[in-house]
Ligand binder design. Structure first.
Ligand SMILES: [Fe+2]
Length: 274
């Protein structure tokens, strides 16, 4: 792997890996993706159902775990992350399923995954795999370098008219800035990374990065994206604020209950892929 790619990941928090997966690997990913859409798990949600801002999301579907662990272990992603991070070990956390259909344009609100999940450390990444050719205007957007910046409160995702409605509330974490409102005033307000992609390309982002966007529209009505989340040696447990939201996140609650702040993020539940 090019040293420049490693540097860009650590500096910017996101990189594009061109041609990371071949056709056969993509076909196998798509089979599992379709199974996941047809068999949603307990964490599946449809955001803003009944409004134009609809998008289906699923997360860490326990019923899909065995087939996902096998799939992910057979892909070149584990080796790629070991190289990207310089980590001896790589573990697979879980998947996200994103389906936006019908061309009803809506952005996914800006957020950091670390507002929802008890994660700290530099060896974390989400691999964004879209099955379509995605134009840049419909791509995921990431604020360059934000993975090293402030931990904001999350958005509750409950109010399409208030994109920063706090997830936790209280005064532990600062409220998210209204990034889209600021960009409307000044398009250069933030340094944003995004890429047009072809099937087989993988967008890698650190989950502490501020990210969002990826709308569909009339020109690009449907997007099917599989996200695989990984962690390596430098990954620790860091509890979330004490709020109405759980402090250990909604995923793998039983395993998270065994961890204390600062512990290495480890559990036999997560498949070691390297
Ligand atoms: Fe996210």
């Amino acid at each position: 792997m090019q040293e420049s790619l490693r540097e860009r990941f650590f500096e910017d928090g996101a990189v594009l890996i061109k041609g990371c997966l071949n056709k056969e690997q993509l076909t196998r990913c798509r089979e599992v993706y379709d199974w996941c859409v047809e068999n949603p798990g307990p964490h599946a949600t449809s955001m803003f159902d009944g409004t134009v801002q609809r998008s289906h999301v699923d997360n860490a579907n326990a019923n899909a775990k065995a087939r996902l662990d096998d799939l992910v272990a057979s892909l070149p992603l584990g080796r790629m992350f070991a190289d990207l991070w310089g980590s001896e070990n790589v573990w697979y956390f879980a998947e996200e399923v994103f389906l936006k259909a019908g061309g009803m344009g809506s952005r996914t609100l800006w957020h950091q995954d670390t507002s929802y999940l008890p994660w700290a450390g530099s060896h974390w990444a989400n691999a964004w795999i879209s099955f379509e050719s995605v134009p840049r205007k419909n791509a995921l957007e990431i604020i360059k370098g934000s993975h090293r910046g402030t931990q904001y409160d999350g958005t509750s995702f409950r109010d399409p008219n208030d994109p920063t409605d706090p997830l936790h509330g209280g005064d532990v974490l600062p409220r998210l800035p209204d990034i889209e409102a600021e960009r409307e005033e000044n398009p250069q307000a933030y340094d944003i990374l995004s890429w047009a992609t072809e099937p087989g390309d993988v967008v890698i982002l650190h989950p502490h990065s501020l990210h969002g966007g990826a709308p569909v529209d009339a020109d690009f009505p449907d997007r099917h994206t599989f996200v695989f989340r990984f962690f390596g040696d430098d990954a620790t447990y860091r509890s979330l604020p004490d709020s109405r939201f759980t402090q250990s996140g909604l995923l793998f609650a039983e395993q998270m209950a065994a961890l204390k702040d600062g512990d290495l993020f480890r559990s036999p539940v997560f498949r070691k892929v390297i």
